[in-house]
Design a protein around this ligand. Structure first.
Ligand SMILES: Cc1cc2nc3c(=O)[nH]c(=O)nc-3n(C[C@H](O)[C@H](O)[C@H](O)COP(=O)(O)OP(=O)(O)OC[C@H]3O[C@@H](n4cnc5c(N)ncnc54)[C@H](O)[C@@H]3O)c2cc1C
Length: 445
């Protein structure tokens, strides 16, 4: 058995600790922050995330899906709020298919708790990784004012989008690295619970206020509140830069998000006091140093949040690494380089899909032609599930590799462009002719 060092006890690091400890290895997890289990989570103030099938599968493999299920809120579709406050409902998938709202802090606490129950796992909080010497597998941490050296047989870097280990690997020859920010940032706001913890808007849906170049979304929390996220340009006519005073904020929300405005009592205070955060995409290669060091989760592939797949893809890293380890008779020497090489294309694909989905969420979901396109696809999917699965379902409800889903999606887009260009598609859409044409184009794609 080996001594494994994991850097970062976030979502992916603590799940990876569970996976490797269950294989019998001695696992040490080093985390920069203090123990999140000691922090009282303020409901409505911590981000909630959408957990979907890829994430659930990874949790199930280490037997913790049922604990997570207890607090997860299913969201069966999205509710679109227009500028008049009218709403329309769009289901995400087939009946009973849902994505789940979970508290990021709550899930992180639970993963650490479950890993900490195992005798062969130790957590070291307030240990910030400063550097690594990859030749000797030695990592330097800062704890208080002391510097500590730790050696391990294998090192898993799950220290997030601004990974210290990745920064070190970047200095090596032939390490490729790309990072870019969106011109948009985000800010969290709160819709509090109604009387007796009731939900003031539909609990089992993800709410979107799409407004072209920006949007507001809301996901429910267990106490009846909703965490809203405003995705908004940093600069420009309507932007974080231009919207600052109480009057500016109030007038803008009253006009643009009238129904949300009524539900957020501390709007201008929260807007002014809550931080504005940025949205980064990170791509790099290789994710490994030989068979000793491996980057996973956001450390290797940070993506924008618009497909709700950052954590899900990081969790899937853990289950896919486990598959590769099993296929190689538990030999890390083979599994680490193989994972780094084969998983990269899927991370690139979900990174691309997430960027594209921002446009869909903030703009297209309110577009008539886009909605008709989705209605046609849904009909074909329901009648012929083995011949046509919409891209959203492939990404969210299936385990098809992301790179395959992206390729399938591009083919489907071309087919649907042809169908939507047909004269009178608005009245023809439900006809046998359209159905046959889609199936025939799809069979030959
Ligand atoms: C607004 C927003 C909404 C999102 N919504 C979704 C969603 O709906 N669904 C979804 O699947 N994903 C979502 N994501 C993405 C998701 O949050 C990330 O993909 C996920 O947190 C990545 O997990 P991680 O463990 O790789 O990194 P992190 O969660 O960032 O954890 C990294 C850990 O490493 C620690 N660390 C950092 N540096 C050091 C160091 N030098 N030494 C020691 N420890 C260190 C950090 O303190 C942290 O605990 C969202 C992201 C954002 C920003």
């Amino acid at each position: 058995m080996e001594k494994i060092i994991i850097i970062g006890a976030g979502l992916v690091g603590s799940l990876q600790a569970l996976y490797l400890a269950k294989k019998g290895h001695t696992v040490e997890v080093y985390e920069r922050r203090n123990d999140i289990r000691k922090q009282k989570l303020v409901a409505g103030r911590s981000i909630n995330l959408a957990l979907s099938n890829r994430g659930w599968k990874a949790l199930k493999r280490v037997g913790i899906n049922t604990v997570v299920e207890k607090t997860a809120i299913p969201m069966y579709g999205r509710i679109i709020h227009d500028t008049e406050g009218n709403t329309t409902y769009q289901p995400y998938g087939l009946e009973k298919e849902a994505i789940y709202s979970v508290s990021r802090g709550g899930l992180n606490q639970l993963l650490i708790e479950e890993a900490d129950k195992l005798e062969n796992v130790s957590f070291f909080f307030e240990h910030r990784c400063l550097d690594i010497d990859v030749e000797s597998n030695t990592i330097i941490f800062e704890n208080d004012t002391r510097e500590i050296e730790v050696k391990g047989d294998r090192i898993f870097a799950t220290d997030g989008a601004f990974s210290a280990i990745r920064a070190r690997l970047q200095k090596r020859d032939r390490f490729n690295y790309q990072q870019f920010y969106l011109p948009h940032g985000y800010k969290e706001l709160t819709i509090p619970a109604g009387e007796n913890g009731s939900f003031l808007i539909e609990k089992n849906a993800l709410h979107i206020w799409p407004r072209g170049n920006y949007m507001l979304i809301a996901l429910g929390n267990n106490d009846g509140s909703f965490t809203c996220t405003l995705f908004f340009p940093f600069e420009g006519e309507y932007s974080f830069e231009s919207l600052k005073t109480e009057d500016e904020i109030d007038n803008f929300f009253k006009n643009v998000f009238p129904d949300a405005y009524e539900l957020i009592p501390n709007l201008s205070k929260e807007y002014q006091e809550n931080p504005t955060a940025s949205l980064v995409t990170v791509r790099c290669e290789p994710w490994n140093y030989e068979d000793k060091v491996l980057l996973m989760g956001d450390a290797s592939h940070a993506i924008v949040p618009f497909y709700g797949q950052g954590m899900n893809s990081g969790f899937e890293d853990c289950s896919i690494f486990d598959d590769i380890l099993e296929d190689n008779n538990l030999d890390f020497n083979k599994a680490i380089p193989e994972f780094a090489k084969t998983r990269k294309k899927d991370a690139d694909a979900i990174s691309e899909l997430a960027l594209r989905n921002f446009i869909e969420m903030r703009d297209l979901v309110a577009d008539e032609s886009f909605l008709l396109r989705k209605k046609i696809e849904k009909k074909i999917f329901e009648k012929h599930p083995n011949k046509w699965m919409p891209l959203y379902s492939q990404v969210t409800f299936s385990h098809i590799p992301y790179s395959e889903a992206l390729n399938n999606g591009l083919k489907q887009e071309k087919i649907m462009d042809k169908i939507m260009a047909k004269p009178n598609i608005e009245s023809l859409w439900d006809s046998q002719e359209v159905e046959d044409e889609i199936l025939s184009l799809s069979a030959n794609a």
